[in-house]
Structure formats: structure tokens, C-alpha cells
Design a protein around this ligand. Structure first.
Ligand code: 13P
Ligand code: SF4
Length: 301
């Protein structure tokens, strides 16, 4: 029996389902039952009938799935797979901003710890942030942790006042304008598709800005045949699967999230076999943080 067959057998035996983000390795995406961006995965987690969720992603994803589904078992193939940005804000600053600004909404990118969600009013993902911020009644928005996504949203919602936080994704932050221009020189007909976690200078060059799902949808619908992709290289698997005839280029320094790449088939098989690496969230933390996630799911409908 090969490892994929072993995983299939264990999944049935344990009543388990595998979720994977577009940034994980292709072979992991191949065994996953559901692949998507952060918004899709948080939505789907709430509708599953299986008892065990194996989450091919980083810790905030497993944590969010557990907060929304406390009765389920959430297993992380690699317990050390974490998102650096998820820790780039702090409750003390949030409290200070709440005192400083009247009519403030603390908007928390889902790429954050449960502790940060607990101190926030609503969560967002890159796919629904603009819609949700527009729907809020508050005039002042403190957007944590990602300053790049915050600036992108602020540009789409100019009627609101934004307070920025200094967090960023180390993978998207490193995507270089010079390297994009070099690709554009070699492929002048290519459209530039960019994730909003990228810095402003990269967003300015882009033909389209959106979440990983947004980028995949755009590439499928566009009449263009070539694209320069400014996000993590894991999206290539789905881009090629849906568009076998189209060409996709990354910058020379290919954007790679090493935490997402920690997820392997062997680790998925091991957690299914042993039940180790279970995500736990205390009842107090769950009670405090679930409101922000549930509000996101409600407002994004
Ligand atoms: P999306 O899944 O919202 O596109 O965000 C990308 C990301 O960085 C996930 O960690
Ligand atoms: Fe976090 Fe960036 Fe990796 Fe996404 S790509 S998990 S935001 S470090």
C-alpha cells in the first residue's frame, strides 16, 4: 500500500477529513478533500460531518477551525507550522487604541492568534475584508496585524479612518518590484496578479489584487494567456490544474512560506494514526474569540 492509499484507509477508519490551504505542497493538495483560501477553509470547517479534521496549514487555521467546531478533533500534521504575522500585534496596543478613538472597530485579519481575536470585534480574510469593513457602522478602524492588507482595504473604503499596525507577512513583504519588472520585460503580455499582503509598491504595478482564490479565479476568467503571480508559489498547483494551457511566472526569488511547506504526506499519515498534535483552545479563550469569527461569517455572506 502506498502512502496515499494508507491515508485514504486511515481517513475512513477514523472518520476524518483533510483540509489544505493553496500554499501547501502539491502532493498534500492532491490528497486533500477540500483545498482553498483562508475564508473558504474557515467556512467549510463549520459544515463538515466527519469527526476529525486534519488541517494542512498553519496554527491559526487549526485554531479557528477548533473555535468554530469545539466538538470536533482538529489535528495539525506539524504542530510547529505557524504564521509569523499571526503574532505581530498585541492586546495592550488594542486597549490603548480603544481609549484613544471613539467609535472604533478592531478588525482582525484571520492570520492572528486566538488571543488577538479575543480582543477584536470582527475577523476578516483577504477575500472578504473590504466587504466587511464597508458593512461596519464604525467610523474608525484599527486593522491588525497586517499593515499591507490594511492599506489595501483603506484604499477601497476611503470614507473610513484607519489606524495601522506594523505587522506584515515576511513572504509577501519580500516580493521585489525590480524582480517583477524583470519578469514583465521577459513576458510583456503577462498580467500581474497580486495578493494584498504585498507592499504598496508591488500593488501599484498590478493588474489584479485579491486573495489566493481571487487570483485563481481571475487567471481562469482572463483572456490573457500569461501571468506573473505575486503570492506564495503553492498556488501554482491549482492555477495549472485549472488552466493547463496558460503560463505562470514567479519572481526569481520565488515566494515560499516555509511553515506551509512543513506539511507532508508522512506527517498527515502519522497524526491520523496516532491522534497526536491535537489543537486545544481553552473554553475561556474559545468563548472570547468565537464572536469575532462568527461575525465575519455572518457579515461576509
Ligand atoms: P488567503 O488565504 O486569504 O489568500 O491568505 C493568504 C495567506 O497568507 C494565508 O496564510
Ligand atoms: Fe503567514 Fe505569510 Fe505564511 Fe501566510 S504566507 S502563513 S501570512 S507567513
Amino acid at each position: 500500500m502506498n502512502i496515499t492509499e494508507e491515508i485514504q484507509r486511515l481517513k475512513e477508519e477514523k472518520n476524518a477529513v483533510i483540509l489544505a490551504h493553496y500554499y501547501v505542497n502539491p502532493e498534500v493538495q492532491e490528497v486533500a478533500d477540500y483545498i482553498g483560501d483562508s475564508y473558504y477553509l474557515s467556512k467549510i470547517a463549520a459544515t463538515l460531518k466527519e469527526q476529525v479534521i486534519v488541517f494542512g496549514g498553519v496554527s491559526f487555521m487549526g485554531e479557528s477551525a477548533k473555535i468554530l467546531n469545539p466538538e470536533k478533533t482538529v489535528l495539525m500534521p506539524d504542530i510547529t507550522a505557524d504564521c509569523a504575522m499571526a503574532h505581530m500585534a498585541d492586546p495592550e496596543t488594542i486597549q490603548r487604541m480603544r481609549k484613544e478613538y471613539e467609535d472604533l472597530a478592531v478588525v482582525c485579519y484571520i492570520n492572528s492568534t486566538a488571543e488577538l481575536k479575543r480582543h477584536s470585534d470582527v475577523c476578516v480574510t483577504s477575500a472578504n475584508a473590504v466587504k466587511i469593513v464597508k458593512a461596519l457602522k464604525n467610523q474608525n478602524i484599527f486593522f491588525i496585524p497586517d499593515r499591507n492588507l490594511a492599506h489595501f482595504v483603506a484604499e477601497q473604503v476611503p470614507e473610513k479612518h484607519f489606524v495601522y499596525n506594523e505587522g506584515y507577512c515576511p513572504v509577501h513583504e519580500k516580493i521585489q518590484v525590480q524582480e517583477i519588472l524583470r519578469e514583465k520585460e521577459q513576458h510583456p503580455n503577462a498580467e500581474i496578479l497580486t495578493h494584498p499582503e504585498c507592499p504598496e509598491a508591488v500593488r501599484r504595478l498590478s493588474d489584479y489584487i485579491g486573495s489566493t482564490s481571487g487570483i485563481i479565479d481571475y487567471a481562469g476568467k482572463s483572456a490573457c494567456q500569461e501571468f506573473i503571480i505575486c503570492t506564495e508559489n503553492g498556488v501554482l498547483y491549482e492555477l495549472k490544474r485549472q488552466n493547463p494551457g496558460k503560463k505562470f511566472y514567479f519572481t526569481k526569488t520565488e515566494p515560499v512560506c516555509h511553515d506551509m511547506k512543513k506539511i507532508t504526506l508522512e506527517k498527515i499519515r502519522d497524526v491520523l494514526m496516532t491522534g497526536k498534535n491535537e489543537t486545544h483552545v481553552t473554553e475561556e479563550l474559545r468563548e472570547g474569540s468565537k464572536g469575532a469569527l462568527e461575525r465575519m461569517l455572518e457579515l461576509a455572506k
